[in-house]
Design a protein around this ligand. Structure first.
Ligand code: NAD
Ligand code: UGA
Length: 441
């Protein structure tokens, strides 16, 4: 099938590459000229395991192409995926300007039937707005052309995006036209072998399904972080509690890892946006606001522990920070807990020696010329001469480090672990003062 994807970020590029990989003829369009030039030269703008080779193979085969030409993009696809960003507005609600700009372009340029697919995470009612925008453009051109707008939210995770797209748990489609449903079913057929993963529903339910999924996952995390904070104060160990409750299949082991807060481009903005949507229809969501508030506070927990340990005086202290991306296997720093920690340390006059396996360039881009920041080439370099080690992201290479080297390198053997990577008793035996999350102060 001929398919156009608007937006070549995490979702757009993965969608385009994976659809090309199963044989579709894909044109990816982006307004970012740099990105498109890089992609045409085989340079992938993000670190995402497995993506580079899928892009390379499909560019070579001619099934995956890139453009900045919107007219060509609209002309190309019978299916038009909108996969542009929906960042938070000033009040936390989703900013639809990019989605509506694409809808406008489609309306301005289409000359035959199109299925327009909202893949971006968008508030309930957005498909109606996209529909109205396209209809308005067509009418101002004096054209009567059939089209359908469909909601097809994306559930991939960064760091596992290609695998998630290739082997989806479900493919949610909100549609009210059989013609559009058939075309979407055909597009996804290669991902839908063995058992049917397509879940068709009405458009508004599909839009809400996406927010409900992210809000549920964020709720699990905030709940566990709240329990961790309680465990600390009650002398219990949250890791034992986690195993104890996870063994109940109704609760399950997934997404109940306590830590120093959830980050990323999605949970923080989507929980906020859903809370704002609730407010707009006169419903004050106590739960969503609490999930957000717990996470906001949790991002400061490591800093609070550090400050407490150093008796409130961080001036001139140097903290080695391991892990800067919002989670392992990505270089994405959006809403990363590391940023809250580093910015709090700088505000108190402390210095940071930072290392991340993939996010160094991104950190450099965000904190260019930041006073008090030294970017280190290895995790060992980050330790040298520091007063403490703080672990923010659970990259594999932090799981069994050389503890003797850590002790020798730090001026004091103290570790603040935001992801519970080590056993407190073992750390004590090795001679460390060890602060984790929910495992005693
Ligand atoms: P992103 O910021 O990585 O990429 C968005 C891209 O859209 C950018 O390259 C930008 O230049 C481009 N763009 C902006 N306006 C455009 C226009 N008018 N025409 C063409 N391109 C345009 O965003 P992302 O992380 O891929 O997220 C996209 C959407 O998918 C968001 O709504 C997000 O919530 C949702 N989502 C993201 C993930 C994820 O893991 N990142 C997962 C599921 C859903
Ligand atoms: C999340 C969802 O998992 C995807 O299904 C969804 O498509 C995506 O948001 C989206 O809408 O963009 P992602 O943000 O890539 O994916 O990352 P997650 O693996 O969900 O992790 C999010 C944050 O939660 C990370 O900061 C992670 O450290 C934290 N987390 C996760 C915990 O603190 N504890 C856990 O048990 C799990």
């Amino acid at each position: 099938m001929k398919i156009t994807i608007f937006g070549t970020g995490y979702v757009g590029l993965v969608t385009g590459a994976c659809l090309a990989d199963v044989g579709h003829d894909i044109l990816c369009m982006d307004v970012d000229v740099n990105k498109i030039t890089n992609l045409e030269n085989g340079i992938i703008p993000i670190f995402e395991p497995g993506l580079e080779s899928v892009v390379e193979t499909n560019v070579k085969s001619g099934r995956l192409k890139f453009t900045t030409d919107v007219e060509k993009a609209v002309e190309h696809g019978d299916l038009q995926f909108i996969a542009v960003g929906t960042p938070p507005d000033e009040d936390g609600s989703a900013d639809l300007q990019y989605v509506l700009a694409v809808a406008k372009s489609i309306g301005q340029n289409m000359n035959d039937y199109k299925v327009v697919i909202d893949k971006s995470t968008v508030p309930v009612g957005t498909a109606d707005k996209v529909n109205a925008m396209i209809a308005e453009q067509l009418s101002s051109r004096g054209k009567q052309i059939d089209f359908d707008v469909v909601s097809n939210p994306e559930f991939l995770k960064e760091g596992a995006a290609v695998n998630d797209f290739m082997k989806p748990d479900r493919i949610v489609v909100g549609a009210n036209s059989d013609r559009a449903k058939d075309m979407i079913r055909e597009a996804y057929a290669p991902f839908n072998r063995n058992h049917d993963r397509m879940v068709f529903m009405d458009i508004r339910s599909a839009e809400l399904t996406k927010y409900a999924a992210n809000a549920m996952l964020a709720t699990k995390i905030s709940f566990m972080n709240e329990m961790a904070n309680l465990a600390e104060r009650l002398g219990a160990d949250i890791e034992e509690v986690r195993k104890g409750i996870g063994s109940d299949p109704r609760i399950g082991y997934h997404f109940i890892y306590p830590g120093c807060g959830y980050g990323g481009s999605c949970f923080p903005k989507d929980v906020q946006a859903l809370a704002r949507t609730a407010g707009q229809v006169g419903y004050d969501s106590v739960l969503l606001n609490a999930v957000e508030a717990v996470n906001y506070a949790q991002k400061s927990v490591l800093f609070d522990k550090i400050k407490h340990h150093f008796k409130g005086d961080l001036k001139g202290k140097t903290v080695a920070v391991w892990g800067l991306s919002f989670k392992p296997n990505t270089d994405d720093m959006r809403e990363a807990s590391s940023r809250v920690l580093m910015e709090s340390l700088w505000a108190e006059g402390a210095k940071v020696q930072a290392f991340d396996p993939e996010a160094m360039e991104e950190t450099q881009r965000i904190y260019n010329d930041q006073e008090g920041l030294v970017l280190c080439g290895t995790k060992e370099q980050a330790l040298r001469g520091a007063d403490a080690l703080a672990i923010v992201t659970e990259w594999k290479e932090f799981r069994s480090p050389d503890f003797d080297l850590i002790k020798e390198s730090l001026s004091e053997a103290v570790v603040f672990d935001g992801r519970n990577l080590y056993e407190p008793e073992a750390m004590a035996r090795k001679g460390f003062t060890y602060y984790a999350i929910g495992r005693g102060l």
